[in-house]
Every structure is written in structure tokens, then in C-alpha cells.
Design a protein around this ligand. Structure first.
Ligand SMILES: Nc1ncnc2c1ncn2[C@@H]1O[C@H](COP(=O)(O)OP(=O)(O)OP(=O)(O)O)[C@@H](O)[C@H]1O
Length: 229
């Protein structure tokens, strides 16, 4: 285990289903991500990208292989450790996952609520800062159903960033965004990676943001087939 790495995956395999329906979706994956590194993960639909992301994000039980996050082994880990680690992992998932009864500002403030020792006002200021950073300062008090798909995606991104994660896992974060906004958002993620030594692993099919990555990793049929630095 290398403690200087944010993520160290070795020999990771994963199966879904039981009995005759059991099917292997990840095959002996190896992946390392250093602090401040932005890694893009791409590959055909169904090849296992989201499964890999959720395993690294401590949202699934590791069946076989090593998954070390911030130097902690997830295989065989208890629920408390996974909960503690998740406080430092930002997730931007497909479908936004915003709370419908909360405004954009309140949704983002939930991210800042994970930071210890901040007053209500400081957490609110954090929420406003990140909403401004994703270009939504005019939409603070809107509920999710009054926002477009791209705006909801930006609120979800602001919420993840407001928690100042050490590791950010993003599943197609630019999918609902136009090319200018998509690039701006990824530039923001890149800046966060640099300034806060946060590691970023992003699933994307978006060729417009490839140049913003430190490394491109390609996946096919549950295997990593290439890694270009
Ligand atoms: N909970 C589950 N139960 C059973 N099979 C699943 C489950 N989740 C995913 N799978 C299957 O595992 C395989 C990998 O799915 P995964 O969502 O990781 O792929 P993906 O590369 O992220 O696809 P996409 O680009 O379409 O989001 C697919 O064949 C999928 O149908």
C-alpha cells in the first residue's frame, strides 16, 4: 500500500447476480491516482465504469482484490470506516440526486455541512461561492424542478465541491451541459484538484474535455485496456 496515493486499486474483480445468472463485470483492474491528478475514464456502455466508480467511492462491497482509498483498505472494511471515508469523497452521479424540497443554495449547503467547525453563515457563504463558480448566482433560491437539466447538474457539482473533498468521483458530469459550460465546469474541477491536492476520477465520453486530463484510461469488457499520460 502506497500512502502517498489517493486511490490504489489492484486485482479488483467484481460480479453481479447469483447462480447461473452470476456475471463478471470487472476483471483484475489496477489503477492508481495521485493527489492533484485528473484522470478521465471512458469506454463503451456497460463495460463497468460506474461499478468501478461506486467501488472506489465505498458505496459497494469489494468482493475480490484491493481497493485502498487515502491508504485505507476497503476490502473487509467495516461500515464506520466506509462512512468516514465517504465524508472526504465527493460524488457527482447521474441523475443529480438533489433534494426536491430544498433550494439550490440549501442543496449545496448540505455539502458544506460536512465541513467541521463552520458557522451557519460560513456554510451559506461556501454554498454561494460554489454556486457562483458554476454560474448559478441568479438561481440561489430556485427549487430543482424550476431548473433545467444542465442547471441541476451544476448544483450537484457545486454541492460536491462545497464539501472540499480529497477525492472527487464524477459520472459523466458534463453530459447535460453545453460545450462552454461543460468545459468551464471541468476547468473548475481541475483547479480544485490543483489547489486542494484533490484527486479526480471522471467517467466521460466528452471529447471536448480530454485535453484537461492528466491521464486517460480506457476500459473495455470490465478490463482497463490502456492508460495514456
Ligand atoms: N446492480 C446490478 N445488478 C446486476 N447487474 C448490474 C448492476 N449494475 C450494473 N450491472 C451490469 O454490470 C455491467 C456494468 O455496468 P456499469 O453500469 O458499471 O457500466 P458502465 O460502463 O458504467 O455503463 P454506462 O456507460 O452505460 O453507464 C452492465 O452489464 C450492467 O448491466
Amino acid at each position: 500500500m502506497n500512502e502517498k496515493l489517493m486511490v490504489e486499486v489492484q486485482g479488483l474483480s467484481h460480479w453481479f447476480g447469483i447462480g447461473a445468472m452470476r456475471r463478471q463485470v470487472l476483471q483484475s483492474i489496477a489503477l492508481q491516482i495521485a493527489p492533484g491528478e485528473v484522470v478521465l475514464l471512458s469506454g463503451p456502455s456497460g463495460c463497468g465504469k460506474t461499478t468501478l466508480l461506486t467501488l472506489i467511492g465505498a458505496l459497494r462491497t469489494v468482493q475480490e482484490g484491493d481497493v485502498c482509498v487515502f491508504g485505507h483498505q476497503l476490502r473487509g472494511s467495516d461500515r464506520r470506516l466506509r462512512q468516514q471515508l465517504r465524508c472526504h469523497i465527493g460524488m457527482i452521479i447521474q441523475g443529480h440526486n438533489l433534494l426536491r424540497c430544498l433550494t439550490a443554495e440549501q442543496n449545496v449547503q448540505m455539502g458544506a455541512d460536512l465541513l467541521p467547525g463552520l458557522s451557519y453563515r460560513a456554510r451559506r457563504d461556501q454554498a454561494r461561492y460554489w454556486l457562483r463558480a458554476v454560474g448559478l448566482d441568479d438561481h440561489l433560491s430556485k427549487l430543482p424542478h424550476d431548473l433545467s437539466g444542465g442547471q441541476k447538474q451544476r448544483v450537484a457539482i457545486a454541492r460536491a465541491l462545497a464539501a472540499q473533498p480529497q477525492l472527487l468521483l464524477a459520472d459523466e458530469p458534463t453530459a447535460a451541459l453545453d460545450s462552454v459550460t461543460g468545459r468551464e465546469v471541468v476547468e473548475l474541477l481541475q483547479r480544485l484538484a490543483r489547489e486542494q491536492s484533490c484527486a479526480v476520477l471522471m467517467v466521460t465520453h466528452d471529447p471536448r474535455i480530454v485535453d484537461l486530463a492528466d491521464r486517460l484510461v480506457q476500459m473495455e469488457d470490465g478490463r482497463l485496456i490502456s492508460s495514456l499520460g
